[in-house]
Design a protein around this ligand. Structure first.
Ligand code: SAH
Length: 202
């Protein structure tokens, strides 16, 4: 549980089998709370940070008015693990990946789970995905020096953005941005370690 108390999040974490998302040689490490390599220099996030971000998403103000979490955009599909967790918490999940090899891998991992509400996209997530906007929540699994303006634009009023952001000293911090009728409210949380957010596709 590692400090996670929301039953919905614990249920989602318990339901998604993480060993399905790593290469066969790493299956015996899949239930350790560590990030693991998934190829192309990228990693599957630590389960505790996936759960932490899920709890923060469920704190979005828009849930109080609409009763549930509607559309969520994930930046950085990687192997598809977090998308599968989010599919149990949100109505629709759009997940975008800039590396073709990982986008294809995520498709293979997710196919047997038959999650009809997960939409995998290949492209540069720094631009967001305007066609699916506005989003109740946006979650980034890769961190840059600044939040791309498109992410805030594509967030619904009452929506919440959760992303790692690197400070001047290079240390990444977890940032929460709440979009209110009066503007954006930023909260900086704990230090985190995510792979870098990069522009363009490859
Ligand atoms: N969500 C994954 C974490 C994958 S690591 C999980 O479930 O474990 C983060 C991913 O973000 C990497 O695959 C990396 O290629 C991707 N990424 C980095 N910059 C990106 C961008 N601009 N658009 C889309 N994906 C990006």
């Amino acid at each position: 549980a590692a400090g996670i108390t929301m039953p919905k999040v614990l249920e989602a974490m318990g339901a998604v089998e993480r060993h399905r998302f790593v290469d066969s040689g790493l299956v015996n490490q899949a239930y350790e709370d560590t990030s693991l390599p998934i190829g192309l220099g990228q990693t599957i996030s630590k389960p505790s940070i996936v759960a932490r971000m899920a709890e923060l998403l469920l704190g979005a103000e828009i849930i109080r008015t609409s009763g549930s979490l509607g559309r969520v955009l994930e930046i950085g599909t990687g192997c598809g693990y977090q998308a599968a967790v989010l599919s149990r918490l949100a109505r629709e999940v759009y997940s975008i990946e800039r590396l073709r090899g990982l986008h294809d891998k995520a498709r293979v991992h997710l196919r047997p789970l038959r999650l009809a509400n997960v939409h995998l996209l290949f492209g540069d997530g720094m631009l967001g995905f305007a066609q699916g906007a506005p989003y109740a929540a946006i979650v980034a699994a890769a961190g840059g020096a600044a939040i791309p303006p498109q992410w805030c634009e594509q967030l619904a009023v009452g929506g919440r953005l959760i992303a790692p952001i690197a400070g001047a000293d290079g240390q990444q911090m977890l940032l929460v941005v709440d979009k209110t009728a009066h503007g954006l409210k930023q909260t900086v949380l704990e230090p985190v370690h995510f792979v870098p957010l990069k522009s363009g596709v490859a």
